[in-house]
Design a protein around this ligand. Structure first.
Ligand code: AMP
Ligand code: GLY
Length: 424
């Protein structure tokens, strides 16, 4: 079977490596892929947002199945366009991808169906938002309604910061149209957990839980990034919490989307905060998380392509999905300076025997050399019988990879290890 994976980051590399385990899969194209993905798929330089370009490519190359990994093409309706020409896909249609595409939609859905989340107000008028902030509890959280490359959330510790955030989004249009509406919500506290799930619109199967590390620097300091590393499973997510999330959040969300005539098929990502009042939804994503996929997929024992097809065919209840009892860790190696400005074009050296554990994100191939080409350059993963073993092995592998200006956090998983100790 000929597959096409849309996207070109570490998450897509992890998906591709997993899809290759199925002997039925004979060829994988990646659009656009990257210099590292090239080792595992045929990369074609068509951007993930080029809906017409992707549809034409899929038609001309008689692609059997498409996996749409990033948020943008999903929100733009790539799955709808491919289904229209009869190509089956993994990923939600546009009307369901709105659960990530509009934070206002997501908040209203949760309110309507009683799904626990932070209290909030939405505004499309800047003066109304500013006057609300005169008396709103501080700290507060300001969110641009639409997609903003993961940067549309500002946690404001003072009233002035909150007002500046609103002005930058609504007046200065920092995120373009994405900020023409904003959500202002209650600041929640507690450990964060990412739970990705497979769902065919009727059945929902949570994957193993994970923990992202969003800040750039050790000790959760520095700027917010796309994610500097992950571990799985997340020690804060115990069986009792998992059961509560299933009953109060996962099933109600799937039912709510179906009821709204927006059945969600694909990977639904629940960003959760375990508050003292119980688990609450921080965000929904309509896709695999990056770098969550890089720790969750290596622990998946069941064949990924079979699961994806069961989702497409709406027979997820017929598959027994299993995860290993092991632990996984992923350390992101970035370009020094990320998420602000950084240099690129430096040669990357990865020993041959380490390549299978590396998911390449921001790199390109020029004259047979792999060069840095982005902020997050690659993710290095390991699995182990204990979390400590997985973390140590991931860092051992990091030490074998060389490029100028390489930067990475030294404390991925440290908080999880400390939490494990207190639970023992
Ligand atoms: P998001 O871009 O929606 O993933 O948000 C980025 C980060 O902002 C989350 O991972 C949380 O750490 C934080 N965040 C979002 N909403 C809230 C909230 N209501 N209270 C506290 N932190 C939040
Ligand atoms: N790691 C968070 C995300 O993919 O949005």
């Amino acid at each position: 079977m000929k597959l096409l994976v849309v996207g070109g980051g570490g998450r897509e590399h992890a998906i591709i490596k997993k899809l290759k385990e199925n002997p039925e899969v004979t060829e994988i194209f990646a659009l656009p892929g990257n210099g590292g993905i090239k080792e595992d798929a045929i990369c074609v330089n068509i951007g993930a947002k080029d809906i017409d370009g992707i549809v034409n490519f899929a038609k001309e190359n008689k692609i059997d199945y498409v996996v749409v990994a990033p948020d943008d093409p999903l929100v733009l309706g790539l799955v709808d366009a491919l289904e229209k020409i009869g190509i089956p896909c993994f990923g939600p249609e546009k009307k369901a991808a709105i659960i990530e595409g509009s934070k206002v939609f997501a908040k209203e859905l949760m309110k309507k169906y009683g799904i626990p989340t932070a209290r909030y107000e939405t505004f499309s008028d800047m003066d109304a938002a500013l006057s609300y902030l005169e008396t709103a509890p501080i700290p507060t959280v300001i969110k641009a309604d639409g997609l903003a490359l993961g940067k549309g959330v500002i946690i404001a510790g003072t009233r002035d910061e909150a007002k500046d955030a609103v002005i930058s989004m609504m007046k200065d249009k920092k995120f373009g149209d994405s900020g023409s509406r904003v959500v202002i919500e209650e600041f929640l506290e507690g450990p964060e957990v990412s739970v990705l799930s497979f769902t065919d619109g009727k059945t929902v199967v949570p994957m193993i839980s994970s923990m992202d590390h969003k800040r750039a620097l050790d000790g959760d300091m520095g700027l917010n990034t796309g994610g500097m590393g992950t571990i799985a499973p997340n020690p804060y997510y115990n069986e009792k919490t998992a059961k509560q999330c299933m009953e109060e959040i996962f099933i109600p969300t799937i039912k709510a989307m179906a009821k709204e005539n927006r059945p969600f098929k694909g990977c639904l990502y629940f960003g959760l905060m375990l508050t003292k009042d119980g688990p609450k939804v921080i965000e929904y994503n309509c896709r695999f998380g990056d770098p969550e996929a890089q720790v969750v997929l290596p622990l998946l024992k069941t064949d990924l392509f079979s699961i994806m097809r069961a989702v497409t065919d709406e027979r997820l209840d017929s598959i027994n999905i299993q995860f290993s009892d092991n632990y996984a860790a992923c350390v992101i190696m970035a370009s020094n300076g990320y998420p602000a400005s950084y240099q690129k074009g430096y040669e990357i050296q990865i020993p041959e025997e380490t390549k299978q554990y590396v998911y390449v994100a921001g790199a390109k191939e020029t004259d047979g050399k792999l060069l840095t080409d982005g902020g997050r350059v690659l993710g290095v993963t390991a699995t182990g019988n204990t979390l400590k073993e997985a973390i140590n092995l991931a860092y051992d592998r990091v030490c074998l990879i060389k490029f100028k200006d390489a930067f990475y956090r030294r404390d991925i998983g440290a908080r999880a290890l400390a939490a494990n100790k207190t639970e023992d």
